[in-house]
Every structure is written in structure tokens, then in C-alpha cells.
Ligand binder design. Sequence first.
Ligand code: SMG
Ligand code: MG
Length: 382
Amino acid sequence: MTSVTPRGFETRVLRIPLVAPFETSFGRQDEREVILVRAVTAGAEGWGECVTMPMPLYSSEHTEGAWDVLHRFLYPALLGVGPVNPRHVAARVEHIVGHRMTKAAVELALLDASLRERDESLAGYLGADRTHVPSGVSVGIMPSLDDLLATVQDYLDQGYARIKIKIRPGWDVEPTRLLRRTFGDDLLLQVDANAAYTLSDARLLRQLDDLGLLLIEQPLAEDDLVQHATLATQLQTPICLDESIVSAKVAADAITLGATQVINVKAGRVGGYLEAVRIHDVARAHGVPVWCGGMLETGIGRAANAALAALPGFTLPGDISASDRFYAQDVTDPFVLDEGRIAVPTGPGLGVDVNPERLEAVTVRRSWTPAAGHEADPVPTA
Ligand code: SMG
Ligand code: MG
């Protein structure tokens, strides 16, 4: 990996309307507020997406916290220190505790810049061995069972390869059973609780065992590794941890404990795409299947996710939908479904480009943080 010398970082908070509200066990959203980071180097510029949300409900990170950590801690650690090898970014900011999504965004921006400088694709660099990845779709909690059926029917008509529904107490066994009965045994179906249950719900969750699910995602709290291991002995449905898996070390612990039989890999949650690859490697060595999770990414994060999901251990369809599942207008050209699959970008770096007008239209806050001597933004976009 070639080192790059950052001249500065541009930070943007975007707000992009969703095509329909997205509801989970922890809340409902009508728009995606997200941060993009642009790293400007001598020979290129690279982009990274910080997948935090406005409120710390999915994880402890959130937009305002990420903005603060970027400007006061991460950029100063990386500017004016000479050439930076993207592989060493994580070590350089290791003294900052947590804030993995925020760190992941900066690492991806520098990785993208470095790969663009030497004309190599992120997918190739990470070790992808496929040109397309199967596309799964995550379906939020719906106002009614009829709405759920109509929505899932529409996604299946579009060709999605797998359906995941969000569940919470009061919206779990009934909607899942209805989908299984309506769409038959061949439907690839899984559920995601976003930590909405406790171990005392084991009997209720056992009712899902007859429904032939691929997995149940994160039934218990983020720090309940041992309780997930206990729950796993009481369920036939494989448990797949999402929120709990914050590093390759925790992934190894969870596998050893029997807390997870499948792993949802999200680069933001684990501090970056390089750590995500390490989780893939650990899981693969243990024969544990992984799949690529989603955080309603723009085309920037979606491109990186497609690259990651093309690694050989990603044997289950990921939450990598077409862009129009969430956005009428993305900040890059949209990702589209091709027979239930998404094409892995092949161009240098992320292999996608930001459309400056569309970016500008959804930007609500912007800053330029220069290295000494580069106070003027070389490519001002606002
Ligand atoms: O990007 O397709 C997507 C969203 C996938 O359901 C999804 N993500 O827990 O896995 C998860 C959630 C986290 C975000 S919910 C607002
Ligand atoms: Mg999840």
C-alpha cells in the first residue's frame, strides 16, 4: 500500500430524504443524515463515509460526536505528520477510545486516495474474487401485515435475492410466519431484532425455529455475549451478531463462546474495511459464514460494501440493495439490480465518483481542515 500525504480533509454532513420511512426496534427515520469525508492528497482525492446516525440508538456514535472527533482528534493525528500509509491509520488513532465508525471513514478516504493514486481497485486490494454480489434487502417494521406483504412482494418482483425483516416485541413471530406461508419455503428469509429482546424471551424466539430462517440477527444487547451463547443452546435458528461484533478480537471471542454462528460484517461498526477483512479471515478460519451488513449507505459506502462483499467468505447475501431502495437521488450514480445482484465496481479506488451538484444539494454543513501550507481548499466544492 502506497503512503499518501494528506493536504487536508473536507467534512460534509448530508441529509438525504428516504423514499419511504425506515422503522426498526429502536426508531423510525425519514431521512439519512450521514457524514462524508474527502481526503485530498498530492496525487488524488479519496472519499470515506461515516455511517453514524443523528442519535446514538444503533450504537453509541452519532453525527455531532463524529464531527467533533474528526476535527479535534483524528485530523490532527494525520495532518502535518508526513506520509501516511492507510494500513497504519488505525494504529495512529488507537489512543482514541472507540469511535470506530468515525475512524473507518478517515481510513477509507485515505485508502481510496492511495488506491486511486496507483490505479488499483478497492475490491482487488481487499481480495475480492467475484464481479457481482447477491443483493438482499432489509425491510423495516410496517404499519400493517398487508403493507408488509405488498412491500416484500414488490422487492421480490424487483429480483432481490433475500429478505430480512426487522422485528421487535409485538412484531415478530406473526409477520415472519406470514411471509413464510405466503412466499413458500424457498424464500431466503431472516430477521433482525436490533437488540430488542432479553434471555427471558427465549421461549418466544423458539417459535421462529419452525420457520426455516437463515438466521436471527442480534436478538440481545450489544454486550450480552455470554447470554447470546446461552440463547444459542436454546434455539435452532442460527444466531448472527451485528452490534456486538466491534472488532476481530470480539469476533474471535464470540465464535469461541458459541455466541454467534454467522457474522454480519459492517466496516463502520468495526473501525474500517481493513478490520472487516480480518473478521472475514477469522470467521472463515472457523468455518463461520459472514455477510455484509448495511447502514443505508450513499453510493460511496455502498461501493466499498460491494467490494468487501465480494470476498470469498461472504457466502450469504448482504444488505446491499440497489440505491433506489432508500434514495431517489444518490450522490453517485445509483447502484442498480442486475438479476438480483449488484456489480462490484472495478475502477480505481472505490470505483465511483461523487456528483458535485447532487452532493451540494444535500449538504447541510461543511468544513475544510488543511495541513499547514494548504489553507486554501484545492478543490472547493461549496
Ligand atoms: O443499508 O440496507 C441497509 C440497511 C440494513 O437493516 C439494516 N441495517 O441493524 O443491520 C442493521 C441495520 C442498521 C441500521 S438501522 C437504521
Ligand atoms: Mg442488524
